[in-house]
Every structure is written in structure tokens, then in C-alpha cells.
Write a protein that binds this ligand. Structure first.
Ligand code: PNW
Length: 450
């Protein structure tokens, strides 16, 4: 069973759906610039995207008809702050007031992501997350936004997917498929980026609390699943999930532990030398570990782990037989949700939301319909695993499907479609897919029919 007040929703992000890239005083973003430079697959751009800036009401009605009681979306920093002095663009704030009010009117609780990879270009030009100044700019932006909206919005998510930012999506201007660490001169330079992200997060949490709202963070991770139910394989999977491998930006304990437990894990000190580790003062750590009110996890996939028989683990990756979506990492591994939330809740003891989970396909309209059976199966299978965890009294508060709409998939452009609603990019018309109705039916029964 899911709790009675379980949050059922979908997630989106500003750059991926809004368009209107020069409207109402918005300044250029890092992503507008990447598009202008032709760095996106197929030379696609985010200038119009799903045009949700103008069509947000239609999108909220789609959520309403779905039966959703929550919507996770992000605020575009470049719509709010106009310059390095931190001047505020009132029109940007006015836009999000309309979106929030419309959600509330329809019984949909907004979960606002403060940073989903877009920042003003003037910040990018100064080095984005490698320049300590970004923390100061972020504090100004977050203070403006949370002060403005906290009277109506309860839940704020500070930063989306630290690993992907380190991997170049929110930060460095190269395709995301290169070996992550090649983007950095050395370990030290990527740990400095991490340091700025941690401080930005901590200060944002303090601001959220100053205005009496609740805050969390939304990292992604590849969940570790034991190959058998034996205690030694389960212990091995747990160990792998929280392990740190040198220069692997996807390790989660490297940021979750300081944020939630107030200290770096032992492995961090074993893997990185004194020279590589940036200095964190006691005061820094106390900012970074401002208590979270909830924890969000984006989970799409798992990898399989077995014990090496000596207290360590062997990462056996994936079976070739496992199907992927349009994007190759987007494998169908429903057990990711069960084991992911189980290990996370054991270690961090916080209420958990699945803030993203979804499946990409190359959908085609057929007489105004999309028969995306694979996506329907994906949703049902993953939710069955989440329900199993919930029945074991793990504190799971909600699930956000990625995404409501097909949208701009960063460097991959408009190829992969993750939506439960199809978007015809020529007419911008929306068409609910079969999976929309599958999810609707699950929501209607609060998952009892899974
Ligand atoms: C997320 N993985 O990124 C992002 O938050 C979204 O903006 C994006 O559109 C969505 O997933 C689909 O790609 C991820 O390797 C990138 O497991 C990589 C992974 C997961 C999520």
C-alpha cells in the first residue's frame, strides 16, 4: 500500500519545456548559448521547446485530468535575475505566480526545483560552477525566489542531479558522452566544483528554512541490486552503492554524507589525497549539513552486484538481455526502485520522494494516438517495486514520472521522447499517450491495482 496522502505527479524542467527564450526580460542562459553554437544533436535548440511558457495552463489541465496531486517543475534562474548585481525581473516572478496559482487552484501541489542546470550566461562566462562567485549569485537568486513563493509553496528542491552537473550537463560545455573526468584538469578541479555545489545547496536550505518552507535535494543514482538474496550479496550491493571510486562523479555518498550526516565518508579520505581535497572548514560543513526535510531521488536504472567473498564487491553491470529505451542507459530494471529506496532510507533515514523515473522511446503518432505499451509496462513494473518497499514501511512519500511531456533532452535534442503526453513539435499540440491512461488508472486506485 501507498500512504493515503501519497504524492502522484510528473516532473519537468524549465529549459526542457518552456521555450520563450527571449520573452518578458529573460536573459540568455548557458543552454541558449549551447544551442546557438550548434552543440545539440541535430542542431536542435530549446528556443521554443514545448512552448509551456505560454501553454502552462493546458499542461496543468493535463495533470489535473491525470489525477496528479503534485507537479515538480523548475524555475529558470535567467528569468529572475537580470545581471551580476542581482537585479530582479518582476515579469519572471509574475509568470511563476501564474503557474503556481493555477496548480493550487486545481489541487496540485508545486514542488519547485531551484536549479535544473540553467543559469544566466553571464555566470557561465565567468566559469559557472568552477568559480566560487556562483555561490554568492545563487544565494541572491534563491533568496528572491523563496521569499516570493514560500507563502504558497511548501516544497523546494535545491539542486537537480549533482552527478550530472559534474558530468558536464549543468556546467562544462561539451557533449555529455565523453569520459567525465577528462573534462577536468585533475581530481582537485572537479572536487572544487563539488565544493561550490555543496555550499550553494547548504545556503539554499538555510534560506528555505528562513522563509518557513521545506527543502530537499534531488541527486540521481544508479541503484545497486544484489544478484541474490544472500546476506553477503546484499551487504556487497549496499557497499557498492555508497562506495567512492576515484574520479567517478556518480558516487553519491561523496555529497549525500556531508549534506545529511554532516561529514565526508571514510572512503573520500582514502581515495583522494590531502592535496586533492579542497578545504572545508567547520563553518562550511555546518552550512552544508543544514538538515533536509525530505530526500528526493531520481532513479532510472540499477546495476548488479555480487560479493567477492572477502567483504568486497564485484560490479557485474547489466545483462545484455535487458532492454533499453531510446537512450541506451535507459534500461528496464524495475528493481532499481526497491533496492534504491531501501538502501537510501537505511543510511539517511529521511522521507523519500522518487523525483524522476521514466522511459524514452521513439514514439510516432498513429491516428492521433500513441500505443506505447513498453512505457506503460515500465511504469507499472517500477511502481510495483516501489509499492513493495512502501509495504516494508520505508517512508516513501511520492513518485514523479519523468516526464509529463516529450521535451528538449539536453544535448540529445528532440530525439528521445520521455513523455506520457506526445508533443507534435510542429503544431505544439499535445496528445496523451496510452501510458498516460495507464498512469491515470494507477493514480485513481492509489496503486492498489498494481
Ligand atoms: C535526468 N542515468 O538526467 C534529468 O534530470 C532530466 O532533465 C532528463 O531529461 C532525464 O533524466 C532524462 O534523461 C539523467 O544515467 C541522466 O541514470 C542520466 C541518468 C539518469 C538521469
Amino acid at each position: 500500500m501507498f500512504r493515503k496522502d501519497f504524492k502522484w505527479g510528473c516532473a519537468t524542467a524549465a529549459t526542457q519545456i518552456e521555450g520563450a527564450y527571449l520573452e518578458d526580460g529573460k536573459v540568455l542562459s548557458n543552454w541558449d548559448e549551447r544551442c546557438r553554437k550548434g552543440l545539440i544533436n541535430n542542431k536542435d535548440n530549446c528556443f521554443i521547446a514545448c512552448d509551456s511558457y505560454h501553454r502552462y495552463h493546458e499542461d496543468i489541465l493535463l495533470l489535473k485530468k491525470l489525477g496528479a496531486n503534485a507537479y515538480r517543475f523548475s524555475i529558470a534562474w535567467p528569468r529572475i535575475i537580470k545581471d551580476k548585481k542581482g537585479s530582479v525581473n518582476k515579469k519572471g516572478l509574475a509568470h511563476y505566480h501564474k503557474v503556481i496559482d493555477d496548480c493550487l487552484k486545481h489541487g496540485i501541489e508545486p514542488f519547485i526545483t531551484l536549479y535544473h542546470w540553467d543559469h544566466p550566461l553571464f555566470i557561465d562566462k565567468d566559469g559557472a560552477w568552477s568559480n566560487a562567485d556562483i555561490v554568492k549569485h545563487f544565494i541572491r537568486y534563491v533568496d528572491v525566489v523563496v521569499k516570493e513563493f514560500a507563502p504558497k509553496v511548501k516544497h523546494f528542491i535545491t539542486i537537480n542531479e549533482i552527478p550530472c552537473i559534474l558530468d558536464g550537463l549543468g556546467h562544462i560545455e561539451t557533449q555529455s558522452d565523453a569520459v567525465p573526468i577528462k573534462r577536468y584538469k585533475n581530481s582537485k578541479s572537479h572536487l572544487i566544483v563539488l565544493r561550490h555545489l555543496l555550499l550553494a545547496h547548504g545556503h539554499a536550505m538555510k534560506i528555505i528554512h528562513k522563509y518557513h518552507a521545506f527543502g530537499g535535494i534531488a541527486p540521481n543514482s544508479v541503484a545497486c541490486v544484489p544478484v541474490s538474496k544472500s546476506k553477503k550479496d546484499i551487504d556487497a550491493a549496499r557497499k557498492a552503492y555508497f562506495d567512492i571510486v576515484k574520479d567517478d562523479v556518480y558516487a553519491i555518498s561523496i555529497f549525500n554524507d556531508p549534506i545529511i550526516l554532516g561529514r565526508f565518508p571514510k572512503r573520500y579520505f582514502e581515495v583522494y589525497s590531502d592535496k586533492e581535497r579542497p578545504v572545508f572548514t567547520k563553518k562550511d560543513l555546518s552550512v552544508i549539513s543544514e538538515p533536509l526535510d525530505f530526500y528526493c531521488q531520481n532513479i532510472y536504472v540499477s546495476r548488479y552486484i555480487k560479493s567477492d567473498g572477502k567483504g568486497g564487491y564485484i560490479d557485474i553491470g547489466y545483462s545484455k538481455k535487458i532492454k533499453s529505451g531510446y537512450i541506451d542507459w535507459n534500461r528496464v530494471t524495475p528493481d532499481a526502485l526497491y533496492w534504491g529506496v531501501k538502501f537510501l532510507s537505511e543510511r539517511y533515514k529521511l522521507p523519500i520522494y522518487i523525483s524522476e523515473n521514466g522511459f524514452s522511446l521513439d514514439d510516432h503518432l498513429l491516428k492521433n494516438k500513441i500505443h506505447d505499451k513498453e512505457r506503460s509496462n515500465f511504469i507499472s513494473k517500477y511502481l510495483r517495486e516501489l509499492k513493495k518497499a512502501s509495504e516494508e514501511h520505508i517512508d516513501i512519500r511520492g513518485y514523479f514520472y519523468w516526464s509529463l511531456l516529450d521535451n528538449f533532452e539536453w544535448f540529445k535534442g528532440y530525439g528521445p521522447r520521455f513523455g506520457i503526453v506526445y508533443v507534435d513539435y510542429k503544431t505544439l499540440k499535445r496528445y496523451p499517450k496510452d501510458s498516460y491512461f495507464t498512469y491515470q488508472n494507477i493514480i485513481k486506485h492509489n496503486g492498489r491495482n498494481l
